[in-house]
Design a protein around this ligand. Structure first.
Ligand code: FES
Length: 104
């Protein structure tokens, strides 16, 4: 799903390939690309569930404003994955509702 060639932005620059883990499953990513982009590229569209109805949510605004992409990253809940860069070995978990604890 990655855009390799873009008519305005140009070609995707070569980046280091890394592995992140989504709910324990290894996913290929590029270093420092948004975690949400790596998940979408792997075909994962549901990142969290809403607190009341437990409806799935995924990427919406992609600029860190709407909170639809919040997930638990390396044990920290409520992380906006659309503006969080991927690091090798990062553990990303889907989130059900608003997890308690530190917000980022
Ligand atoms: S998709 Fe809106 S904050 Fe990430």
């Amino acid at each position: 799903m990655r855009v390799i060639e873009h008519p305005v932005l140009g070609d995707l620059k070569e980046k280091k390939s890394i592995t992140i883990y989504f709910d324990g499953k290894p996913i290929q990513a590029f270093e420092d690309e948004p975690v949400a982009a790596a998940l979408l590229n792997a075909g994962i569209k549901a990142f969290r569930k809403t607190p009341k109805r437990h409806e799935p949510r995924g990427i919406f605004c992609a600029i860190g404003r709407c909170t639809d992409c919040m997930m638990i990253v390396d044990g920290v809940p409520n992380v906006r994955t659309c503006v969080t860069g991927a690091r090798d070995g990062m553990r990303v978990e889907s989130q059900d509702g608003l997890a308690k604890g530190k917000r980022q």
